[in-house]
Design a protein around this ligand. Structure first.
Ligand code: SAH
Ligand code: SF4
Ligand code: F3S
Length: 475
């Protein structure tokens, strides 16, 4: 889960570039160290990878020095995400060359397809390359690489694979919140984005298997699920000739237990239906928070980005959501310096941010990705210093808005799900509000997994400071 930090506004982007987790210890025939970069989908995929490997007798280790196999689950969303992974690979490669010749080094995930030739042939960095739809084949590929000493590759993308029957190993879980993957791939082809190339076509997991996994989580004491997909709200599953929508799926999950909170990520504005907004309104345990990436505030740029909505359509969606679900909170993704962006168009992004007043935003400089529509058709013509300056203006505006919005919270009461101890002090706990704001408050008798009523007393731009509500008993 996201760290508790004041620097929650991600500049190009710590969130995607820092490894999310390493594996927990389980001994096996050969031990695997697994490091994950990128989005929540990758984190969730690593849990599937761990499950596949464990079933086949492989062990997991937190320490790369103890590993026989190092697997890096990679991200390709921006150039710097790729560079980071390459540096990491080079580090492991030199370990292998300096006395660990038996070490197997593998690349999984979103860099696999595009960079397999480079990684295998030109740079000779890795022994194994496995794409996001080929994880069932991992044990086989690892044995193959081990036995033959030759590189093993499977980067085949699938139209069907959803890993529906694989129970993820939640090895680094806090025992309170879990990711549940419900669809894979993306058909949207936004002009800047590499994901449709790295992850393939959209496909949805059967509803029964999703409900089954969520029920198991409830039974195991989990209190929050975040259902995941590249374009999660385009979920659509045909059951006996009847199409199950994302709204219907969320509704069904919400019936499993009133104590289970439900979030989702990441959604596309085109699929944010009124039916879905009504589920937010009617179901208490479907959180009043939507991550709704806008990408840009100018209609002409949005058209070139192929986002399929205009500025006005996006703004009226926000208005509609706020009228159907009072108090709903939004976060977003924004790209600065897309091809051909004029100063005036950049100011449209700033003005849209002022109109919407997001609670949180992930903000990035445009980074050209090979083979995308934008790379083929448009010139990446905004100089780096201009991109940087525009991104800084966007970040500064958002920091101010987030601070003001948090100040408005002072005095309000929220129900917070306790996630664990605060990084600031052992005496304090942290947890999120329904609207996805991180709050820090005194421990008292609360423990992980409890719902705590707190009153906000102070804030930073990233965190709410709060005090637990003490219920006075009359004597
Ligand atoms: N499926 C999600 C986004 C996944 S990628 C959605 O459509 O909302 C996460 C974010 O990375 C995107 O929302 C976008 O803001 C950013 N991003 C994607 N490609 C990028 C690129 N080429 N340069 C900079 N940022 C990019
Ligand atoms: Fe990329 Fe667009 Fe698909 Fe999101 S919706 S993953 S930005 S192509
Ligand atoms: Fe990166 Fe792949 Fe996610 S490119 S952002 S890990 S879908």
């Amino acid at each position: 889960m996201q760290p508790i930090t004041d620097i929650d506004i991600i500049q190009d982007s710590e969130d995607l570039d820092t490894p999310k987790q390493v594996s927990a210890e389980v001994d096996g025939t050969r031990n695997v160290y697994l490091e994950t970069y990128g989005c929540q989908m990758n984190v969730s995929d690593s849990e599937i990878v761990a499950s596949v490997l464990r079933k086949d007798g492989f062990g997991l280790t937190r320490n790369p020095d103890d590993a026989d196999i190092v697997l890096i689950n990679t991200c390709a969303i921006r150039e710097n995400a790729e560079q980071k992974v390459r540096r990491r690979l080079s580090t492991f490669r030199s370990k292998k060359e300096k006395g660990r010749p038996d070490l197997t080094l593998g690349v999984l995930g979103c860099m696999a397809e595009r960079l397999r030739h480079k990684l295998l042939d030109e740079e000779k960095l890795v022994d194994l390359v496995v794409g996001p739809d080929a994880y069932r084949d991992l044990p086989n590929l690892l044995h193959q690489a081990n036995d033959s000493g030759q590189a093993a590759v499977n980067v085949q993308l699938s139209r069907e694979e959803t890993y529906a029957d694989i129970s993820p190993v939640r090895y680094d879980s806090n025992g309170v919140s879990a990711f549940v993957s419900i669809m894979r791939g993306c058909d949207n082809m936004c002009s800047f984005c590499v994901v449709p190339f790295t992850r393939g076509r959209e496909r949805s997991r059967p509803m029964e298997s999703i409900l089954g996994e969520c029920q198991q989580l409830v039974d195991a004491g989990f209190k929050e699920v975040t259902v995941l997909g590249q374009n999660v709200n385009s979920y659509r599953y045909d059951k006996n000739g009847k199409a199950i929508s994302f709204a219907e799926l969320l509704y069904q999950i919400s019936l499993l237990s009133p104590d289970l909170r439900i979030r989702y990520s990441t959604s596309h504005p085109k699929d944010c239906s009124d039916e879905l907004l009504h589920v937010h309104r009617e179901r208490e345990n479907v959180c009043n928070f939507i991550h709704l990436p806008v990408q840009h505030g100018n209609t002409e740029v949005l058209e070139r980005m192929r986002r399929t909505y205009s500025r006005d359509e996006y703004l009226s969606l926000i208005d509609r959501a706020r009228s159907i679900v009072p108090g709903i909170s939004f976060s977003t993704d924004i790209i600065a310096g897309f091809c051909g962006e004029t100063e005036e168009q950049h100011r449209d992004t700033l003005s849209l941010m002022e109109l919407v007043r997001y609670d949180h935003a992930f903000m990035f400089m445009y980074s050209e990705r090979p083979d995308t529509y934008a790379a083929r058709k448009y010139e990446d013509d905004i100089p780096l210093d201009v991109k940087k300056r525009r991104l800084t203006e966007i970040i500064e505006l958002q920091t101010g808005i987030a601070k003001e919005k948090n100040e408005e919270e002072i005095g309000r009461i929220h129900t917070v799900l306790v996630e664990g101890t605060s990084k600031r002090s052992d005496e304090q706990l942290c947890g999120r509000t329904d609207t996805n704001k991180m709050a820090i408050f005194d421990r008292l008798d609360f423990k992980k997994g409890d719902y705590a009523e707190v009153r906000v007393t102070d804030c930073t731009s990233a965190t709410l400071l709060a005090e637990p509500m003490i219920v006075e008993t009359a004597h």
